[in-house]
Design a binder for this molecule. Structure first.
Ligand code: PHE
Length: 355
């Protein structure tokens, strides 16, 4: 019969497509298959079109078989499309498996580790001060309220003591403890532990309840410098600040002192350097001023000498403290300091091998 050939051909064609559907491995293959299945010139479509010409007695049976083929083909396509979708989901999950938050990502980072930019900066600064004859020392991050404030002539009502600025761990009548808000308590520890002459720096981490922004993070690092000897003057302080900033930044960066107030030094000054992000013309990072504050400084206050039992008639001294993170930020040209504690290896890796 004339339709027998057509029906067999359509069956073979459907079988072949069903076979292909079972092996489909990509979205592209699937759409090719769909195209082939919808082809108006296919044996199945031709058979549909020739139904009119078929003997009416045979028509129901041929129609039933046609329906059967059609639905075999449809379900094979459906299964193939579900399989492709599952493969795609699987592939995406696999590709993004290690990309938690976009960093700390094993598959993208295959190098050996290196020192953190802040550690490298601290070590470099230590070298500069060691060359100037300073000893390197450290103090604890959990400090007594006395060392952090009282002994430094910071009275109870001073705003720096308020809980907005400090992380207190323990409130006690006798002795409260807190995460130190600066490295200055190491001045107290140094002067209690040894007699002058003292030429020392104390690097370390400090904490403040600051809202993070381009220049502030609630945990950061400072270096404290303390010099106590006979005949130490403000000129010595200024010269020391100038020599360490130009040793670190190079001669093109200027440093300046501005009168300021710190309870534990008198006179006091803040020191600033040319903003390295904009070269001094003013930008978002330096709030348009062209200068970046690095730290505070001044001559050790007689009240501080008194608290540690050093005779201010015999000795004088200077102290200064500055942010390591800020220095690292300035020399590396990082517009935002918040990237430093984030530890994104894609950023940190750019400073590898500097040390
Ligand atoms: N401790 C001060 C601060 O963190 C800085 C400072 C240190 C000022 C030493 C004077 C002397 O802001």
């Amino acid at each position: 019969m004339e339709t027998g050939g057509g029906l067999n051909e359509a069956k073979r064609w459907v079988e072949e497509l069903v076979g292909r559907a079972a092996r489909v491995a990509s979205g592209a293959e699937l759409s090719k298959l769909r195209e082939a299945a919808g082809d108006r010139g296919s044996p199945l479509s031709s058979l549909y079109r020739s139904m009119k010409a078929i003997d009416p007695a045979l028509r129901p049976e041929v129609g039933r078989q046609l329906q059967e083929l059609r639905s075999q083909l449809d379900s094979a396509l459906e299964a193939a499309s579900a399989a492709v979708l599952a493969q795609e989901v699987e592939a995406t999950l696999e590709a993004e498996r290690d990309d938690v938050g976009g960093y700390l990502c094993r598959s993208r980072y295959e190098g050996i580790g290196s020192l953190h930019l802040i550690t490298m900066t601290r070590m470099e600064l230590e070298d500069i001060f060691v060359a100037l004859g300073y000893a390197v020392t450290e103090g604890p991050e959990v400090e007594s309220e006395w060392n952090n404030f009282e002994a430094l002539n910071i009275p109870k009502f001073h705003p720096a003591r308020a809980s907005q600025d400090s992380f207190f761990l323990d409130f006690g009548d006798e002795e409260s403890t807190l995460l130190r808000t600066h490295t200055s308590p190491v001045q107290i520890r140094l002067m209690q532990a040894q007699k002058p002459p003292i030429y020392a720096i104390a690097p370390g981490r400090v904490y403040r309840r600051d809202t993070p922004d381009a220049r502030h993070t609630p945990a950061f690092h400072q270096i404290e410098a303390l010099v106590v000897d006979e005949g130490i003057s403000f000129a010595n302080l200024k010269a020391t600040i100038e020599s360490f900033t130009s040793a670190y930044f190079g001669p093109s960066i200027k440093a300046r002192l501005r009168p300021a107030y710190f309870p534990f030094t008198e006179p006091s000054a803040e020191f600033e350097i040319t903003c390295t992000i904009c070269g001094g013309s003013g930008c978002r990072t330096c709030s348009g001023t062209g200068w970046i504050e690095l730290g505070g400084s001044g001559m050790v206050h007689p009240k501080v000498f008194e608290a540690v039992g050093i005779d201010p008639e015999v000795y004088s001294g200077f102290a200064f403290g500055f942010g390591i993170d800020r220095l690292a930020q300035m020399r590396a040209g990082l517009p935002d300091m918040r990237v430093l504690p984030e530890n994104d290896l894609r950023i940190l890796a750019q400073f590898r091998g500097r040390r």
